[in-house]
Design a protein around this ligand. Structure first.
Ligand SMILES: NC(=O)c1ccc[n+]([C@@H]2O[C@H](COP(=O)([O-])OP(=O)(O)OC[C@H]3O[C@@H](n4cnc5c(N)ncnc54)[C@H](O)[C@@H]3O)[C@@H](O)[C@H]2O)c1
Ligand SMILES: O=C(O)C(=O)C[C@@H](O)[C@H](O)[C@H](O)COP(=O)(O)O
Length: 520
């Protein structure tokens, strides 16, 4: 038996409040070792200090922590000084420990001037400052995860801890009646059976690298529906009208009706194809997306854009067809090749640049963790990026206005993909496109984000330049961009981080100048 999570932190960090919230959320018990000590001694903590001294209290505390770690399976909060004991820190090494950090001002503001806290009885502010400095290294030594509680509510802290400990995040896209959930977690696939209502058949579209996962999905739903496995060519080679037609033939053979469901299992190319196949069959059947790449989770599978490529360009044929649900099983990322994980970070960084600067902070703080499919940072980055897209799409499903900001970096990025005959990863092209857009932003008098954009993309291994001598092809491809209206050329630029604007007044000279600046 072991606590689900152990909360440590200084006085005023909110351990007891957050601990009680988590216990209720998980329907488990909450235990506080300070309360255990007071109950066992039959007196308050201050009285223990006054009557028997701190050394005696610390001995009682060591025993109380050891007992709780061995006998409690819910949420456990330790007294602020418990980590001072070497023996306690040694015991905590085998448990999931979260450090709730708090800065001095907030801590003093929360605990007041020491009422009822023996260690803060004299000169509380100076004593608290010394405690924080003395104990912070010890908290960090034993913590698996640290969360700053300054400026946040206990509910927000509990949410973040729940996510970090693997609880699926559920993000709603659209309204309660016409929207859908995006479920993000280590085993999100298990939610699939919640979304098969009314279906007799399920066509599972997948490509070879996902054959094993698709087989697991088919086995998992096999007792609920008749499964029609449909293997499609991998990556961009599957995003064609011919492949879609072959899928429709398979649905016809299986007698697929409007109550049946298409399930896309794979990267963005598969989810785009699956969505397009579902959008057109019988003029629309439900699709459930099971994205297995970072990019598909944070972008392709969410938002309802479906489509295929044609010789004239990328994604030029398609439909808006929102899914019934999107299940982002983070566990599938373990087999995603690193270049594809890196490519997905481009769309995550994009979300940081257009809407959520915390994304940029997380990636800049630890680029390696951002690439690691098992890191808590990856889970948080996926959740934040999905939240950005969900908020934008909810307000503008068919890209009649604000949704265009999600296209940041794509005008030049899609042109790169076209010029390279879709041979380059979408995320890599978008990365180059974001540098191009940052240069255009500076050239048009907006914030200069070029260096920060280049630095963050380089830190995770994304390209930031493009060969020269290809302007005519690139310019011609950008003329076909779906954002363009009439003869105007529209770009999404940034007045500053999280301040996107859609403009149609970028001159050809500036477009060429920006290309020259990103040319390598
Ligand atoms: N519809 C939209 O709104 C939208 C948004 C962004 C991108 N897209 C589209 O998404 C596509 C890019 O998606 P992508 O980056 O996922 O590329 P992808 O679909 O080509 O997948 C990249 C490679 O990774 C493999 N793969 C995927 N998940 C895996 C896993 N868990 N384990 C092992 N291998 C795995 C795939 O089989 C493929 O070989 C592009 O076609 C782009 O246009 C669409
Ligand atoms: O969902 C959107 O809208 C986006 O622009 C998201 C993009 O990141 C994504 O690559 C999308 O597929 C591009 O849309 P498109 O309309 O330019 O094909």
């Amino acid at each position: 038996m072991s606590p689900r999570v152990v909360l440590v932190g200084p006085p005023g960090s909110g351990k007891s409040t957050v601990g009680a919230l988590l216990a209720r959320r998980w329907d488990v018990g909450f235990r506080d070792t300070d309360a255990d000590i007071a109950a066992a001694a039959g007196m308050t903590i201050p009285d223990i200090f006054l009557t028997h001294g701190e050394d005696h209290f610390r001995a009682l505390e060591r025993d109380a922590v050891a007992t709780a770690l061995a006998t409690h399976d819910g949420v456990l909060a330790l007294g602020g000084g418990a980590v001072m004991a070497d023996a306690t820190r040694a015991l905590l090494a085998d448990h999931t420990v979260v450090f709730l950090s708090v800065e001095l001002t907030a801590a003093v503001g929360r605990v007041g001037l020491g009422a009822g806290r023996p260690l803060l009885a004299v000169n509380p502010r100076a004593t608290m400052k010394a405690l924080l400095e003395q104990r912070r290294p010890l908290y960090r030594e034993i913590a698996d995860f640290e969360i700053a509680t300054d400026g946040t509510t206990p509910e927000q802290v509990a949410d973040e801890i729940a996510r970090w400990t693997g609880e699926p995040a559920v993000i709603r896209v659209g309204g309660e009646s016409d929207g859908y959930d995006v479920v993000i977690g280590p085993d999100a696939t298990i939610a699939l059976t919640d979304h098969l209502a009314g279906a007799t058949r399920a066509a599972v579209l997948y490509s070879a690298p996902l054959e094993a996962h698709a087989a697991r999905v088919a086995a998992y739903i096999g007792e609920h529906v008749t499964v029609l496995p449909v293997e499609v060519p991998d990556a961009e080679s599957g995003k064609t009208v011919d492949v879609a037609a072959r899928c429709w033939d398979r649905l016809a053979e299986a007698g697929f009706t409007r109550s049946d469901v298409v399930i896309g299992v794979g990267g963005g190319a598969v989810t785009d194809l699956a969505g397009f196949v579902a959008a057109c069959w019988l003029r629309g059947v439900p699709v459930i997306q099971l994205p297995t790449s970072t990019l598909a989770m944070v972008d392709a599978a969410v938002g309802g854009k479906t489509g295929v490529n044609v010789s004239a360009g990328k994604n030029l044929v398609g439909a808006f067809h929102p899914p019934r649900a999107v299940l982002c099983d983070l566990g599938t990322l373990a087999t995603l090749p690193e270049p594809d994980r890196v490519a997905g970070l481009a769309e995550i960084v994009k979300c940081g640049l257009i809407a959520d600067p915390v994304i940029l902070d997380i990636v800049e703080a630890d680029p390696k963790a951002a690439i690691d499919p098992t890191s808590p940072q990856t889970a948080e980055l996926v959740r934040r990026a999905v939240a950005v897209k969900a908020e934008v799409v909810t307000g503008d499903l068919r890209e009649t206005g604000r949704r265009a900001i999600l296209n940041y970096g794509h005008t030049f990025g899609h042109a790169v993909e076209k010029v390279e005959h879709f041979g380059r990863r979408h995320g890599e092209a978008v990365a180059i496109g974001m540098v191009y857009a940052a240069v255009l932003g500076r050239l048009t008098g907006r914030a200069d984000l070029v260096d920060r954009t280049r630095a963050i993309l380089t830190a995770v291994g994304l390209p930031t330049g493009y060969p020269g001598g290809r302007w005519e092809e690139l310019d011609a491809a950008m003329r076909l961009d779906k954002k363009n209206v009439g003869d105007t050329r529209r770009f999404v630029l940034l007045d500053d981080v999280a301040a996107p604007v859609v403009v149609d007044d970028v001159t050809p000279d500036l477009m060429l100048a920006a290309y020259r600046e990103v040319s390598t």
